[in-house]
Design a protein around this ligand. Structure first.
Ligand SMILES: [Zn+2]
Length: 260
């Protein structure tokens, strides 16, 4: 699960205190965050349409689909993940496995293991850079589900894949985090703290559990999962050539970036 973290809007994951409980409705899966998954079409009020606040869903969906297409064609990181998924026997079909949808305001994307589908929230993901981040994050979950027999009902498995997604996709790109997230882990703010904090907010949004339960799960699996850099092979540093290097080296791991 990915949370909004952009310059224009305050990051919802660090805004929302990890200890704050939120209603998950009847779902312990977090799917109430993705109303279109349950067939509910968001209704726009006449005032919202008149003021231009709503009624733009179809435009946003088209923009989102265009961004997805461009990321798949041009982003080295996304192409690396697409190649890795194909090598793992889980080739991506862009129309079947990626869906642009309207979601709850606090999420920017998700992975639906039942349909094996990545959701990009077009109402919360404005820029291509964000789409790239969400795609990479959710493709890590898809990769783990395909390659590592991930069981999303197992809290340790969930913690592991969220640690990996935060590590490989999120924390290297988000400098904003270093400017003031209050970590429950209380050490010096490092890349590892970013990963723990990000994984914690993702787990708390997906499961109706206590902060302590989530923190315990993260600590149980952290070393193993933080050091598992498959399939990217390195932690990407912001504004570096690492993204391109990882993509070029993907060849040596047998990843093939051809789309079907
Ligand atoms: Zn996630």
């Amino acid at each position: 699960m990915t949370f909004i973290n952009s310059d224009e809007k305050p990051p919802a994951d660090s805004e929302r205190k990890p200890s704050t409980s939120r209603s998950h409705g009847s779902s312990e899966w977090g799917y109430d965050l993705y109303p279109e998954r349950r067939g509910a079409k968001p209704q726009a009020s006449f005032t919202d349409v008149l003021l231009g606040r709503k009624g733009r869903e179809s435009y946003r969906k088209i923009d989102c689909e265009r961004s997805v297409y461009r990321c798949i064609k041009t982003s080295p990181l996304v192409r690396l993940m697409v190649g890795a998924l194909k090598s793992a026997g889980c080739a991506i079909d862009i129309r079947r496995h990626i869906s642009c949808e309207e979601c709850a305001p606090e999420v920017s994307g998700g992975y639906d293991p039942i349909l094996n589908q990545v959701v990009i929230c077009h109402n919360n993901t404005y820029r291509e850079g964000m789409v790239q981040g969400v795609l990479t994050h959710e493709f890590i979950h898809m990769f783990d589900y395909c390659q590592n027999n991930l069981d999303f009902k197992n809290l340790d498995h969930l913690a592991c894949t969220e640690i990996r997604a935060a590590n490989l996709a999120h924390c290297s790109f988000v400098s904003a985090w270093l400017n003031g997230d209050t970590s429950v882990f209380r050490f010096k703010q490092t890349h590892q703290d970013c990963v723990k904090s990000k994984a914690l907010s993702s787990i708390m949004a997906a499961r109706n559990i206590t902060t302590d339960q989530a923190v315990d799960a993260i600590e149980r699996v952290f070393t193993k999962c933080y050091n598992d850099l498959e399939p990217i092979g390195r932690r990407i540093r912001r504004n570096s050539l690492d993204m391109h290097r990882a993509f070029e080296e993907g060849f040596y791991f047998g990843y093939d970036d051809q789309m079907k």
